[in-house]
Design a protein around this ligand. Structure first.
Ligand code: C2O
Ligand code: CU
Length: 466
C-alpha cells in the first residue's frame, strides 16, 4: 500500500463514530432460547445421597458417598420442553445441596447454599423442579464442601434430549474421574491438603470411566456413535485421544457447536462436557482411548472394540447450532470487569485463592450478599477479562449463563461454540463475552474444587435494567 493511503486508512479508522459500535447483544438473538414453554410432562426422580460400599474400581469394595447407591449416580434423561422434578433426600453426615451444572435454571433451583437456598441438613429433603431451556449434556453435583463430596462419588448426568434427537446408532456416556486411594485401597480421607491447595487441586492415582478401569464400547463398522464425555474430577484435566477414529466435536458444555469441529487437543477441564460424533470404521480392531494431557504419559481410559457385521454408514446431518455469534467486535468494546486470579498465605486452610484480592469466606457461615461482586444487566452484552496472576490452572465456571471466549492473551479467537467453563492456564489472560438472560445471584468460581474451597468463588448478580 502507498504510505499516503496507509496514513489515510489509519485516519479513517481513528475517526469511526461511536455509533458504529456493534450491537453484540443482538448478534446473540436466536443462538439459544431466552425462555422455554413447559409442555406439561413432568419427569419425576427420587434421589438419595448416602454413604455406601460398592464394588467399584476393579470390583473391590470401596466406601463412597453416592446418589442412589451408584457411582456415577443415576443419569436423568428428559426431552426438551419436559419438566424435571427431583425429590432429593440427604442421608449424608453433612449438609449438602444439588447444583445443576450448565443448566439455565431459575435462581432458586441453582443449589448454592445460603445464596439460593438453605443447605439441606442431614435427614432433610428438598424438591428441585425446573424446565431446562437447552438440550444437551449436563451434570449435577453438591455445592457444599464439594472438594470432599464430589470426590467421594456424588455426581450424575442430566441429559436433555432434543425434541427430535438425531438418529445416532448409540448414545454413550463416559464420565471421567480420578480417585486418590490410600494404601488401604480406600478414598484418602485427607481433603484440601496443603499440596493440593497450592497446586492444581487433588489429582488421583486411579482414573476411572463410569467408575471402572475396564470400560469397553462394543461397536460395528458403519455405526455412528454419540459419545458424551464429562470430566467429574476435582482437579485433573484430560485431553482425550480417540486412537485415530473419525471423531468430531458436536457440542461443548451441552450446547451444539456452529459446525462439527475436529477433536484436536481439546482440554477437558473439571466441569467440561464434550459430545463427539464418531463414525466407526475398520472392523476387527481393538482401540485404546487415552488421555494425553501430559506429554510424558498417556493414561488409558477405555477400549473401543470394533467387531460384528458391518452396517451401512449412517448418513444424517450432523447436529449443529447455526447461530453462534462470532462477536468479532467484542474486543473493541470496553472491559466490563477484569478479574484477577491469585493466591496468598492465610485463611482457614493456610492458603487462599483469591478473585480481585478477595477469598470467598465459605458457604457455611456467610450470606452471599456479603460478597456481592459484579452486577450485570440482563440482556446486555458484557466483556469479562480474567488475568491469571498465578502459575496454576483455573477452570473458571459461571452459573446461570453461557459465554464465548473472545481472546486468549489478547489474541482474538472464535471458538465456534459457547461454554460454561473455560480453562485458564498459569499467567494466561482470557476475555469472554456474555449476555446474561436470567436474573438472580449466580456463582462464578474455579472448578478445581480445592481452589474453590480455598476462596476462589464470587457472585455475579444479574438484574433487570429498569
Ligand atoms: Cu459444577 Cu458451581 O459448579
Ligand atoms: Cu483454580
Amino acid at each position: 500500500m502507498h504510505p499516503l493511503l496507509a496514513m489515510l486508512a489509519l485516519v479513517t479508522m481513528a475517526c469511526q463514530p461511536r455509533s458504529a459500535e456493534p450491537d453484540l447483544a443482538r448478534e446473540l438473538a436466536g443462538a439459544y432460547p431466552e425462555l422455554v414453554t413447559p409442555n406439561g410432562t413432568v419427569r419425576e426422580f427420587e434421589i438419595v445421597a448416602d454413604e455406601t460400599e460398592i464394588a467399584l474400581i476393579d470390583g473391590e469394595p470401596l466406601r463412597v458417598w453416592a446418589y442412589n447407591g451408584t457411582v456415577p449416580g443415576p443419569t436423568l434423561r428428559l426431552r426438551l420442553g419436559e419438566t424435571l422434578r427431583v425429590r432429593f433426600t440427604n442421608r449424608l453426615p453433612q449438609e449438602t445441596t444439588i447444583h445443576w451444572h450448565g443448566v439455565r435454571v431459575p435462581n432458586a433451583m441453582d443449589g448454592v447454599p445460603n445464596a439460593t437456598q438453605p443447605p439441606i441438613a442431614p435427614g432433610e429433603s428438598f424438591v428441585y423442579e425446573f424446565t431446562p431451556k437447552d438440550a444437551g449434556t449436563f451434570w449435577f453435583h453438591p455445592h457444599v464442601r464439594s472438594s470432599e463430596q464430589v470426590e467421594r462419588g456424588l455426581y450424575g448426568l442430566l441429559i436433555v434430549e432434543d425434541a427430535a434427537p438425531p438418529p445416532y446408532s448409540r448414545d454413550v456416556t463416559w464420565i471421567l474421574d480420578d480417585w486418590l486411594l490410600g494404601r488401604d485401597r480406600q478414598i484418602s480421607p485427607a481433603f484440601n491438603t496443603p499440596h493440593d491447595l497450592s497446586h492444581d487441586g487433588r489429582w488421583g492415582n486411579k482414573i476411572t470411566v463410569n467408575g471402572r478401569t475396564d470400560t469397553q464400547l462394543q461397536v460395528a463398522t458403519g455405526e455412528r456413535v454419540r459419545l458424551r464425555l464429562l470430566n467429574a474430577s476435582n482437579g485433573r484435566i484430560y485431553v482425550p485421544d480417540l486412537a485415530g477414529l473419525d471423531a468430531k466435536i458436536i457440542a461443548v458444555d451441552g450446547l451444539y457447536t456452529r459446525e462439527p469441529l475436529p477433536l484436536g487437543r481439546f482440554e477437558l477441564a473439571p466441569g467440561n462436557r464434550l459430545d463427539l460424533d464418531i463414525l466407526i470404521s475398520g472392523g476387527g480392531r481393538s482401540l485404546v482411548v487415552s488421555d494425553v494431557f501430559s506429554s510424558r504419559v498417556a493414561n488409558p481410559l477405555a477400549r473401543i472394540e470394533i467387531d460384528g457385521a458391518p452396517r451401512a454408514a449412517a448418513t444424517f446431518p450432523t447436529p449443529a447450532r447455526t447461530k453462534v455469534p462470532a462477536w468479532n467486535g467484542g474486543l473493541s468494546m470496553p472491559v466490563t470487569h477484569e478479574f484477577r486470579l491469585d493466591a496468598r498465605r492465610g485463611g482457614r486452610l493456610g492458603i487462599e485463592w483469591t478473585i480481585d484480592g478477595k477469598a470467598f469466606a465459605g458457604h457455611e457461615h456467610t450470606h452471599a450478599h456479603d460478597h456481592a461482586g459484579l452486577v450485570l444487566e440482563r440482556g446486555k452484552w458484557a466483556r469479562l477479562a480474567f488475568v491469571n496472576v498465578s502459575a496454576r490452572l483455573h477452570p473458571i465456571h459461571l452459573h446461570g449463563m453461557f459465554f464465548k471466549v473472545l481472546a486468549r492473551d489478547g489474541i482474538a479467537v472464535d471458538e465456534g461454540f459457547f461454554r460454561d467453563t473455560v480453562l485458564i492456564h498459569g499467567r494466561e489472560s482470557i476475555d469472554i463475552g456474555v449476555v446474561p438472560l436470567d436474573t438472580g445471584e449466580w456463582m462464578m468460581h474455579c472448578h478445581i474444587l480445592e481452589h474453590a474451597e480455598a476462596g476462589m468463588m464470587t457472585m455475579i448478580s444479574v438484574r433487570d435494567g429498569r
